[in-house]
Design a protein around this ligand. Sequence first.
Ligand code: HEC
Length: 729
Amino acid sequence: MKKFLGALCVLALAACSGQGGGGDTAQGLAAENWVTLGGDIGKSHYSQLEDINRETVGRLGLAWAVDLGTNRGLEATPVVVDGVMYTSGVAGRVYAFDAASGKELWRFEPQVDMQINRTVCCDMVNRGVAVAKGKVYVTSLDGWMYALDAKTGAVAWKADAVADRRRGDNSTGAPEVAGDVVVIGNAGAEYDVRGSVSAFDLETGKLVWRFYVVPRDPKLGPQDHPDLEQAVKTWDPNSRWDVGGGGAPWDAINYDPETGLVLVGTGNGGPYATSRRSPKGGDNLYLGSIVALDARTGRLKWHYQETPGDNWDYTSTSPMILTRMSVDGEERPVVLHAPKNGFLYVLDRRDGKLLRANALVRMNWADGVDMKTGRPNLTPERSDYTTGPRIVFPATPGARNWHPAAYDPETGLYIGTVQDMGNAIYMTPGQKPLQAKMLNNDASLLFSSDLEAILPSLPPVLRDPIAALPEMKWVKENPGSTELRAIDPLTGQTKWAYKMGGWQDRGGALATAGGLVFQGSIDGHFRVFDKASGKLLKEIDTGTSILAAPMTYKVNGVQYVAVMAAWGGGGYPYVPPYSAAYKRGNQGRILVFKLDGGAVPIPAELPPLDVAPEAPAQAPGVTPATIAQGMTLFMGNCALCHSNQPRSITPDLRRMSEGTHKAFKQIVLGGLLLPNGMPRWDDRLSEKDVDAIHAYLIDLQRQTRAEELEKRRRGLPLDTPGLTILSNY
Ligand code: HEC
C-alpha cells in the first residue's frame, strides 16, 4: 500500500505540477518515473522499485548504451518522465532518449562561447536538467539558462543567468524548479566571482529575483537586497570586493514545497585565504552556508553557516537531501547535508535549527560543533596556513563533494562516498596579483595519496616544516582513504563501508527498495551492494570510468538502471593510473542496465605510450631566462588544464607534433582550437610571452624525450605519472 501510494503520488505530481514538485517529500519517493536529479523532490536518490533485488541482481546486464562522442566529464543524473529520459552532457548539451530502447528523440547543442573555459576550473561539466510542465531546463557552461520544448528540444526561451559578465562566472549546476520559478546558481569561485542565485519565470524566462551570496563594497551604497546588510557586518570593510568574494552556489539547490523555501548550499571564499579576502577576518556571510530563500521573493528566511570565515575552499555545495526523520523522539522535516568540511549535518528545514553535526573524517580546522550556538569550535592553530605550510584535514577536494549520496528511508542510512584525507596548503610565495578572470587563489595545494613519499622531492623550505607537523602522524598512520559508506545520520556512525580505488574515486550512489545500493567507480566497474550489509552482490566491468550517480526507472513493466559514465570534473587532467580512462581512454557514454541484459561493449585499450617526438630547435636568442619566464607564464595560465601527464584529457604538451609546433601561435593567440575548448590568449599574453612559453615547452619536450629514450633503453615503462599535484589555483 505504501509503495502504491508513493508511485501514484510521483505520477500525479509529474502530471499536475509536472516536476515532482509540490506535495510531501516523505510520500513522493521515486518509482516508475525519476522526476528530479535525486528521483523525488527531496532528492533522496532512492527508488521504490524492487524488480531488481537481492535475489535477481545476478542477472543484471546491459539494456542499451549510447556513446556521447566526448572525452570530457559527465556528472549528470538523468531524469525519466513517462518513458522519456532527459539528461545533460558536456557544457550543457541535452539529450532526450526513448528510455526503453535508447533511441535518440532529440538533442540540443547550446552555442557556448568556449572562451568561457578560461574561468572553468574543473572541466566543462553539467550536472543535469530539470523537467516541468512540458519543458526541459538546462544551463550552458557560459551561464545561459535554456527552456526547451520537452517533445522537440526547440528553445522556448533563453535567459542570462550571469549577473556580471565582466567577472569569471560560469555554470555547471542543474536548474531547480521551485513553484513558478526555475532557479540556478553561478560557478567559478576559483576566479573573480560573486556568488549569486537567479530565479526565472518558468513560462517566460523573465528574471524574478536574484540573491547575492556575498555583499558588495559598502562604499558603493546600500546592498542589493536587505539580507546583505546583515552579511556585510561580517566582512572587513576593506575586503577584496574587486575580486568578488566567492560563494558561488554551483550545485546544491533544493526546493522544499512544504515550506516554500529554496535551500541553497553556497560556495567557498575567493580568494581562499581569509587573510587576503577579508584581512580582519569575520564570518564572511554567506560563504560556506545553507541559505533558505523564499521561492517567491528570493528573500532570506534562515541561514546556517557551516564554515564560518572559510579558509580552506570548503564549499557547502554538496547535494542536500530533504526527508523526514524522528530526532530525539520528535518527527521532523529535515535536511541532510555533508559538505566538504567533514561534518554530516541534520537541520530542521523549517527554521534551520541544528539537530546534529557529526564528524565523518579526521579534521583539524575545527574540533566539533557547539550544539548550543551551532558554531564549529575552530582550531586555527592547526589549520591556518598563512603563517607556514599546514596539512589540513579534510583536504581541499572535501570529505564529500558533488557526487550525490542516497538516503534509504527503510534502513535510515545515508549512503555516499566519504574521503578521509588531508592535503598540504601553503601561501603561494610573493603577493599574487588578484585580477579579473584569473585564478584568484593565493594558496598552493599539494595533493598526494602518499604525502610522506613525496616529501623528499619538495624544497627544504616546504619539506622541513611539513615533516614537523603533528598531522604527519595522521598521514603516516593512514595517508587517506575513500570509501562508500552507509552512515547513521543521527550518530555519524558507519554501518558498513566499501573501499574505493583511490582519492579521486567517489562515484554517486543509488539506493532501492530492492535492498540494493548501486555505484560506479572510475576503475570502470559498476557495482551493486546489499544496502543493509554492504555485501558486494554484483560487479560489471564496463571499461569506462564512472563518477555520476546511477538512477532507476520502469517502462512497460521493465526496471532499468542508468548511469552516465566518464572521468572528469575537478583535477580532470590528472587521469589516475588505476582508472579505466587511463587504460582505455575516456569515451563518455550512457549505460543502461536491466535484468537478463547483455554484455557491456568494452572500449579497446589505448596503444602503449611512445617516446615523445623530437622537438624543434629553439629559436635564436632563447636563453635559460626565457625558458624560466616561459615556465612561470605556463604555470600561471596553462597548467590548470595541461598537466602534461601521459594520457591526460587535454594534450600532453611534451609530445607536440611538428605541425602543432608550427601552429603554436595560431593555437595559443589565435584561437585555432577554440571550438574544442582551448581558449585564446591574445588579450592577456603578448607574442613574446607565447614565444617564452613555447621555448619552455620545447625544452621540456627535449628533456622528456631524452628521459624516455633512456627508460626505453633500460626496459622501464614510460607512462609513470608523477605522484604530485602541485598547483596554485
Ligand atoms: C581551460 C583549459 C585550457 C587552458 C587554460 C589552456 N589550454 Fe591548451 N588546450 C586545451 C584543450 C582542451 C586542448 C585540446 C584542444 C583540441 O582537442 O583540439 C588544448 C590544446 C592545446 C594545444 C595543442 C596541443 C596539441 O598537441 O594538439 C596547445 C599548443 C595548447 N593547448 C597550449 C596552451 C597554452 C600555451 C596555454 C596557456 C597559455 C593553454 N594551452 C591553456 C585546454 C586548455
